[in-house]
Design a protein around this ligand. Structure first.
Ligand SMILES: *Cc1c(COP(=O)(O)O)cnc(C)c1O
Length: 419
């Protein structure tokens, strides 16, 4: 199995090479050059399904012999399927930083850990969940220097603490600027030949194939657990921003798992919804919402979806979308807590609202992407009580916090990463 660029102008590479590069040299995103078939009925339990699925995608890769241990270490927390009156949920938030990004970040860290030359620098620009997941996953990994760039005034107090409590090989850098400034600085460093060569710089953002692939696993697993042998498969409702998680669901469907359709639940950043309606792709600047990890106006993983579905009509048969505004997010959090006792984070609330808009009668799975305790300033006033902290989160919040403040310039970044 080789990996090729969505733009078709880069040589095919192994999974390991695609992961180390992040972005293909032609600016495209890596996708597999062919689709493995995985017998959907084989394997039982999350780890067995993981080894089968990842093993198929890593066929011929130097990491192929380590698939079992990579999956076991990366998926070291439960991913339960939980039913209550309000729906069936795939809870992806039981990892160390309480959001689904732990799955991709931990898988990536396990893979990097097993590369032959593992000395490198990993930078990530973040406005929240990605940074803490990457910091947690790479914390203490020998040979790897991590830099987390976040907007100094653009993250909530609890989020900031989660980004700055690691120490050791993780440097937390508060950038005097916006998230876009952080991302621009990261791109500048990635484009700099000296950073690439001397520091062996790479990035762990969501375009990396090593973050996307492990997400296929939980869709494969859940669809197998829930689909009826004679039915048309399950529908999954995915709170979506950069649409990586929804892409993973479509890849699970593509390799033969019983997924009927994928619903992208969107906040007011409606670029994908407009595309499905009009057939025209018109990216735009993002707008701020309560579900801030989905504030994306130009979703990067759409490029992978275009390569899987060159024809929009074909895409419309497998994918629908719904847009949910902030007032509705608030209402959903309040009403679900009253009706079923389930406390939703703002991202999962978007998916829960979408459930009310699709055909009842078919089996649906709501993807729960974050623990509500991460968004307590939004959630607690709406439900009128405190949300209990998951133990890992409580432990992080009890650690000391430390970070350096830098201006968005390569010189300052260099200085901070050299200390
Ligand atoms: C990142 C994130 C999303 C969006 O996922 P994409 O793969 O970018 O579509 C949704 N919910 C939460 C909590 C997130 O952290």
């Amino acid at each position: 199995m080789r990996y090729v660029s969505t733009r078709g102008e880069a040589p095919p590479v192994t999974f390991s090479d695609a992961m180390v590069r992040g972005l293909a040299p032609d600016g495209g995103l890596y996708v597999p050059d062919s689709w493995p078939t995985v017998e959907a009925s084989t394997g039982s339990g999350l780890h067995e399904v993981a080894s089968l699925v990842i093993g198929a995608f890593l066929d011929g890769d130097p990491l192929a012999t380590s698939v079992d241990s990579i999956c076991k270490n990366a998926l070291s927390f439960p991913i339960p399927i939980v039913r209550d009156e309000s729906g069936t949920y795939l809870e992806l938030f039981h990892g160390p930083t309480a959001a689904f990004k732990d799955v991709g970040a931990r898988f990536l860290a396990e893979c990097f850990d097993r590369l032959e030359d593992r000395e490198r620098t990993i930078l990530v620009a973040t406005s929240g969940d990605t940074g803490s997941a990457v910091a947690s996953a790479f914390s203490g990994k020998p040979g790897i220097d991590v830099g987390i760039l976040f907007p100094r005034d653009g993250v909530a107090a609890r989020q900031r603490h989660q980004l700055t409590c690691w120490g050791g090989n993780v440097r937390s850098l508060a950038v005097t600027g916006t998230f876009d400034d952080c991302q621009a600085l990261l791109k500048q460093a990635l484009a700099d030949p000296r950073w690439r060569a001397e520091r062996k710089l790479t990035t762990a953002n969501s375009i990396n194939i090593g973050r996307l692939l492990p997400q296929v696993v939980y869709y494969a697993y859940a669809s197998r657990e829930l689909a009826q042998p004679s039915g048309s498969g399950i529908g999954v409702i995915v709170p979506s921003g950069n649409v990586g998680n929804a892409t993973a669901a479509l890849w699970a469907k593509r390799i033969g798992f019983p997924i009927r359709e994928v619903v992208m639940a969107l906040n007011s950043n409606a670029t994908v919804d407009d595309y499905l309606a009009s057939g025209e792709w018109r990216p735009r600047p993002s707008v701020e919402t309560l579900a801030n990890a989905m504030d994306v106006g130009n979703p990067s993983n759409m490029e992978r979806i275009f390569s899987l579905y060159p024809d929009v009509d074909r895409l419309r048969r497998d994918v629908r979308s719904f847009v949910v505004d902030d007032a509705t997010i608030r209402e959903v959090i309040r009403s679900r807590a009253l009706a079923s006792g389930r406390v939703l984070d703002p991202h999962t609330a978007v998916a829960s609202q979408a459930l009310g808009l699709v055909d009842a009668g078919e089996p649906w799975l709501i993807v729960a992407t974050a623990h509500p305790a991460k968004f307590e300033t939004i959630v607690e006033p709406l439900i009128g009580r405190a949300v209990e902290l998951p133990p890992a989160l409580a432990e992080q919040l009890a650690r000391p916090s430390s970070f350096a403040t830098i201006a968005p310039s390569l010189g300052e970044l260099e200085g901070a990463m050299s200390r």
